[in-house]
Design a protein around this ligand. Structure first.
Ligand SMILES: Cc1ncc(COP(=O)(O)O)c(C=O)c1O
Length: 426
């Protein structure tokens, strides 16, 4: 199936009891066992099936199968948020004493998780500037267990050369984990460019309407976890019948990463997604490619408009031909550059504040990827926990405004920016 078709059909077996065309929401906590042998088989993984909704649910299973197909992976695991998807991906690989090398231009919440929560567990993250892939190589040591980056960094909108970083990962047998939230799979599929694990905050463009939270992790299925340095995949798991995930899964070997994540972090820490949210994400997926076309078209028009505006200092949009990222963007983003635009208003912090407060159509809030246009001042909000040095490293200036350009008519979007820029000056 082509992307647009799979986004509507893949993963659903029509329920033969009701013949429901839409995917039903299975609002149940637990599932009946046919008999004691069936129960025992499910618990020992001799058979895969539903036990308890913290571990999996049929509505969730459709979302997971659909996303795995759209992303080109072997299996996906949906979770309560993008944040839990990131956390579980790291602790599915790393123990105390292990290290990760990550790009330093990350979403503020991820930055905090890496900078303050993971160290509490004894996991160290070495942050590097992703503009030169060799910075990843230079930070790798014998304790490194994974490489991590975003496709388009938030909010600076700088891109990472995924293929170059993936090659470095292959040299050292380290998995590359990519947060591809800003590039939904109709725009970019990191697994086709060497990434091993892909994360999305479903909350953003995949949901698309600013109504629900969720995250998803997709396994590329090709990474070899049998290297003994990945202790969690090679030592018997006493919490799960002594299973060694890199050795004992037989045909399920290609889903070892997400299977372990389901059986260990999800089962025991419990950041499960609700079936209702899965249903909302399935609705979002149905129109994802159509919406992304409009987001990208409007994003480009806004970037070009801002670039010519006398009150605007600078504009960052990967689609602009004079952008520092344009070579990478043109190479990787063949179906559009998305709806995120960052820019600086002349007059610094005060003018930026005036601009934000003058917006009428754009909503001033902390989110991206809604069908509606959104705006925020990152230095005083989403990234306010960063020190001045960290802000500088992440490329976030005091004058930066981040726009998540929606799918309204472009004339109304530009009209709102025009009047807010006029007010910002006065
Ligand atoms: C790039 C990126 N990754 C992850 C997240 C976290 O996702 P969630 O809000 O679903 O936890 C965000 C949230 O803004 C994000 O922008």
């Amino acid at each position: 199936m082509k992307f647009e078709t799979a986004a509507l059909h893949c993963g659903q077996q029509v329920d033969q009891g009701t013949l429901s065309r839409a995917v039903p929401i299975y609002r149940t906590t637990a599932y009946l066992f046919k008999d004691t042998e069936h129960a025992a088989n499910l618990f020992s993984l001799k058979e895969l099936g539903n036990i308890y909704t913290r571990i999996g649910n049929p509505t969730q299973a459709v979302l997971e199968e659909r996303l795995a197909m759209l992303e080109g992976g072997t299996a996906s695991l949906a979770l309560a948020s993008g944040t839990s998807a990131i956390f579980y991906s790291i602790i599915n690989i790393c123990e105390a004493g292990d290290e990760v090398v990550a790009a330093n231009n990350l979403y503020g919440g991820t930055y905090s998780q890496f900078d303050s929560i993971l160290p509490q567990l004894g996991i160290k993250v070495n942050l590097v500037a992703p503009n030169d892939p060799d910075n990843f190589r230079a930070a790798i040591n014998e304790k490194t267990r994974a490489l991590y980056c975003e496709t388009i960094g938030n909010p600076g909108l700088t891109m990472t050369d995924i293929e170059a970083v993936a090659r470095i990962g292959q040299e050292f047998n380290l998995p590359l984990i990519v947060d591809s939230t800003f590039t939904p799979p109709c725009l970019f599929r990191p697994l086709e460019h060497g990434a091993d694990i892909v994360i999305h905050s479903l909350t953003k463009w995949i949901g698309g309407h600013g109504t629900v939270l969720g995250g998803i992790v997709t396994d590329g299925g090709t990474f070899d976890w049998s290297d003994p340095k990945f202790t969690l995949f090679n030592q018997p798991d006493h919490s799960y019948h002594g299973l060694r995930y890199a050795h004992d899964l037989g045909e399920m070997n290609k889903i070892a990463f997400v299977l372990r994540m389901r059986l260990v972090p999800l089962r025991n820490l419990g950041a499960c997604i609700s079936p209702d949210n899965c249903w909302a994400f399935l609705q979002g997926l149905e129109t994802l490619s159509l919406r992304m076309e409009r987001h990208s078209e409007n994003g480009m028009a806004v970037a070009e408009y801002l670039q010519k505006h006398p009150h605007v200092d600078w504009v960052s949009y990967p689609g602009l031909s004079d952008s520092n990222n344009h070579e990478l963007a043109a190479r990787y983003l063949k179906n559009g550059f998305g709806g995120m635009v960052a820019f600086g208003v002349k007059g610094g912090m005060a003018a930026g504040k005036n601009f934000i407060e003058s917006l009428q159509l754009f909503s001033h809030l902390a989110n991206v990827g809604d069908a509606k246009s959104l705006a925020i001042h990152p230095a005083s909000t989403t990234h306010s926990q960063l020190s001045p040095e960290q802000l500088q490293d992440a490329g976030i200036s005091n004058s930066m405004i981040r726009l998540s350009v929606g799918i309204e008519h472009i004339d109304d979007i530009i009209g709102d920016l025009e009047q807010a820029l006029d007010s910002a000056e006065s």
